[in-house]
Design a protein around this ligand. Structure first.
Ligand code: TYM
Length: 335
């Protein structure tokens, strides 16, 4: 990225910790492609973050390659963008250590994701889970990032990242660019579980509570037909009183490039069966070309390895500059 032709920098990451859901797709991945041409982009597989929960080693390796293939299958060109694995760029862990020394226990204790995950994995509340947002801040700050497209659940992590960066800058001068979150204003920023629309759709949820981006058309139809609705019978947006129906409208709208209002208009007078069918067909039509492309890319392991090697080299060159500056500022002897 030559300095003079520098576009603003976009950074985002996804954990390769399970099958990706349409929540990940609608809340994050889909926006990557929409924003791509206006930014210099880095898309990361956050494999170090995934270790905060026990992983089966072979599965983690496979999912990391699958996620790289998915980024590319979603239309992200690895020549134009930097696609890489977090663990291939050691500066992430190095900067995270420094930032740990500028982050307070109190602010980390307030993170809702930590509280949720600690409750879910009560037998493994490790220090990595607690300092997870610091590593995430390091990811973002290493690349002098301007914008971070994420789902609504990551808002708090973006806020702490900005707080850490501002704190560091106030002591040492302008070392880090302060990143802005890019979170869709609509309900699409938080896709809810199909069988419990009061909680977010998550890859660690019950099998029928989420649609994986790799699900077959039959699975997609079956899961959506079983989705929780209500007894009111009217197709309209009302997140508070009709969370299940609103979620189905949001999914249908996002996957057919319509607004939720258009979906309601198009289905006016029809029942929830029609809404579920329309949502299923929209999801299937969106995912089919991505799945086909994903399969094609996954068949070429050497290509994926090349993409990741090239991505890590390009990412390292940028990360190294920021880390050197930080080391110098905090007083680490540089020779
Ligand atoms: P992760 O892997 O949990 O999720 C990846 C992205 O998907 C979004 N998302 C959703 N959006 C809408 N509805 C949902 N139900 C839903 N579920 C997930 C997430 O908000 C996220 O954007 N900590 C991050 C990974 C990360 C990161 C970073 C992100 C590590 N370093 C640096 C940005 C910048 C995470 O766990 O995402």
């Amino acid at each position: 990225m030559p300095e003079e032709s520098r576009k603003p920098v976009l950074y985002s990451a996804v954990q390769p910790s399970g099958t990706l859901t349409i929540g990940n797709y609608i809340g994050a991945l889909r926006n990557f492609k929409l924003l791509e041409q206006d930014y210099d982009c880095l898309f990361c597989m956050a494999d170090l973050h995934a270790l905060t929960v026990r992983q089966e080693p072979a599965a983690l390796r496979r999912r990391t390659a699958e996620l790289a293939a998915l980024y590319i299958a979603c239309g992200l060109d690895p020549k134009k963008n930097i696609i890489y694995a977090q663990s291939h760029v050691p500066m992430h862990a190095e900067l995270a250590w420094i930032l740990n020394c500028f982050t307070y226990m109190g602010e980390l204790s307030r993170m809702t994701q930590f509280k949720d995950k600690a409750a879910k994995h009560a037998d493994n509340i490790n220090a990595g889970l607690f300092t997870y947002p610091v590593l995430m801040a390091a990811d973002i700050l290493l690349y002098q990032t301007d914008v971070v497209p994420v789902g609504a659940d990551q808002k708090q992590h973006l806020e702490i990242c900005r707080d850490i960066a501002n704190r560091f800058n106030s002591i040492y001068g302008d070392v880090f660019r302060i990143p802005e979150p890019y979170i869709s204003k609509s309900a699409a920023a938080r896709i809810m579980s199909l069988n419990d629309p009061s909680s977010k759709m998550s890859k660690s949820g019950e099998p029928d509570s989420f649609i994986s981006v790799m699900d077959t058309p039959d699975d997609i139809r079956r899961k959506l037909r079983r989705a929780v609705t209500d007894s009111d019978g009217e197709i309209r947006v009302d997140a508070e009183n009709k969370p299940g129906v609103t979620n189905l409208i949001t999914i249908c709208a996002a996957m057919s490039n319509r607004t939720p209002e258009q979906v309601c208009q198009d289905l006016a007078g029809q029942g929830y069966g029609a809404l579920k069918d329309a949502a299923a067909e929209a999801v299937i039509a969106t995912l089919a070309p991505i799945q086909a492309e994903h399969k094609r890319i996954m068949a070429d392991k050497a290509y994926i390895a090349d993409v990741l090697k090239d991505g890590a080299e390009r990412a390292s060159a940028i990360a190294f500059k920021t880390l050197r500056k930080v080391y110098k500022k905090v007083g680490l002897y540089q020779g």
